[in-house]
Design a protein around this ligand. Structure first.
Ligand code: ADP
Length: 459
């Protein structure tokens, strides 16, 4: 990864440097050649003027003077007739047999152009000459040329500088790219290392967060959060295993004890029949517990798609109150139901029945003789809100969260029957319906369970 990043970095770096260099090079070249052309045009115009005003001899002298001041190796001139025959020139030893560009001459003579500029090779020289052709009289054509030696020298220097600079830049880019890629990926490496160190026993290792506020930090934080969650889940599973083991042990121990007692005592058939009846009872309780556990897990995981229908929660609450009336009367508890106007929710009727039954059952179960239980259903803010309130013993604040955990039972509840699964199931059902369940309670002041489910407006 670091290697690939470096490669990309170097590629982009070198490409942009090359483009910048090339642009610079072209610009300089253009500027120089523009200046050369302008000088040639000015000189040719001046010589044409001299010829027009002062005749051929003065032209020759002026041209010679011009060549001598510029340098015979740098500049030359020739005068020739339209037929191509020369009649005057500067010292041509350096320029050898530099020819005439016929096309350029034709452009001047036949097409009537003011002048024509061409680049021509100088025989046996590694550079070119820039040459202007201009007709300066009816029968006279001027050929004025300058060598491009300086320019080609400049190009050479430029190329050399380019190669050297690029090599240095390349080295820097590779080094810099490698360092940058390594430091960018160092965070990822520490996440990987932590991940490798983690086993089921060691869930406490965390990736160091360097607070650089970059993506790697985000990755580290997210990774640590995930570890926290996994740790939580694993300890939850362990806790549940302990609870299951504990809660399954008691009924099985009871069954075993009963069988042992029956075996050792020499009672008759009647005693055996009683043992069988108790065993069935205990097994039923076990089965019910296991079934409830399964229902909670399935509801939480959303394994079985629940069939949804419009359910009037007020009606379900009224029915539950009717059902639980005898139980309440047994404990001389007054059960009040206030659920008169229809309150529709989208849900599964059977599950909602179970939810209400669990809460009302708890309220009656934990409230002392002569207490009261209130069940109310009404709608508010797009929700259907159901309240199950009692004036029982209440729940201490430290247990408020735990009572929704599987198998949790309050300390004072040991004397009453139950497996500690009722509220877990209630919570799973509420969540499966997209709602919420909250508890308000203080020891000695009763408990209120409030459930809010999204209201289904009947059309
Ligand atoms: P169970 O009733 O089988 O013990 P639940 O999950 O229904 O299991 O309840 C868990 C615990 O919450 C109970 O053991 C009890 O301590 C406490 N609890 C639930 N409802 C009430 C209530 N209405 N009043 C007081 N305590 C309650």
């Amino acid at each position: 990864m670091a290697f690939r990043l470096t490669l990309w970095y170097v590629f982009v770096f070198v490409l942009s440097a090359t483009v910048a260099f090339a642009l610079f090079y072209l610009l300089i070249l253009r500027l120089i050649s523009q200046r050369t052309d302008e000088d040639l045009i000015t000189n040719a115009n001046r010589l044409a003027q001299v010829y027009a005003l002062e005749g051929g001899e003065m032209l020759r002298r002026a041209a010679l003077l011009q060549v001598q001041t510029t340098g015979e190796q740098k500049m030359f001139f020739r005068l020739f007739y339209p037929s191509g025959v020369f009649f005057s020139s500067s010292n041509m030893t350096y320029w050898k047999n530099i020819g005439i560009d016929r096309k350029a001459v034709d452009a001047v003579l036949e097409e009537g152009r003011l002048f024509s500029l061409v680049t021509q090779p100088i025989p046996r020289r590694p550079y070119n000459a820039r040459i202007i052709y201009k007709r300066i009289g009816i029968n006279v054509v001027l050929q004025l040329g300058v060598s491009l030696q300086n320019e080609s020298h400049l190009v050479e220097t430029f190329k050399r500088t380019f190669v050297i600079t690029m090599s240095v830049l390349l080295l820097i880019a590779v080094g810099l790219g490698w360092i940058m890629a390594r430091s960018a990926l160092a965070g990822v490496a520490s996440v990987t290392q932590t991940a490798q160190k983690i086993s089921e026993e060691d869930l406490d290792t965390r990736v160091p967060v360097l607070h650089r506020h970059d993506e790697i930090d985000q990755l580290a934080v997210t990774f640590n959060q995930m570890l926290d969650r996994i740790k939580q889940l694993i300890s939850g599973i362990r806790q549940m295993n302990d609870n299951i083991a504990h809660d399954l042990r008691s009924p099985i121990a009871r069954i075993r004890g009963l069988a042992e007692v029956t075996l050792t005592s020499d009672g008759g058939m009647e005693e055996y029949a009683q043992m069988a009846a108790s065993t069935i009872e205990e097994c039923d309780r076990l089965l019910q517990m296991i079934n409830t556990m399964l229902t909670i897990s399935r509801t939480e995981a959303g394994v079985d798609p629940i069939t949804l229908e419009n359910v009037d929660l007020a009606k379900v609450a009224r029915e539950a109150c009717v059902l639980f009336q005898p139980l309440a009367e047994d404990k001389q508890i007054s059960l009040h139901c206030s659920a008169d106007s229809p309150c529709s929710v989208r849900g599964n009727e059977q599950m909602l029945q179970r939810l209400i039954a669990n809460l009302v059952d708890n309220a009656i179960k934990y409230t002392d003789m002569n207490g009261s239980v209130w069940v109310t259903v009404n709608s508010a803010d797009g929700n259907v809100v159901m309240e199950v309130r009692d004036n029982g013993p209440g729940i201490p604040p430290e247990d408020h969260r735990r009572i929704f955990q599987r198998f949790f039972r309050g300390d004072q509840s040991r004397s009453v029957g139950g497996a500690g699964l009722g509220l877990s199931l209630a919570q799973a059902i509420v969540r499966a319906h997209g709602g919420s369940i909250i508890l308000q309670s203080m020891p000695g002041q009763g408990s209120t369970f409030t459930i809010a489910l999204p209201r289904q407006d009947s059309h």
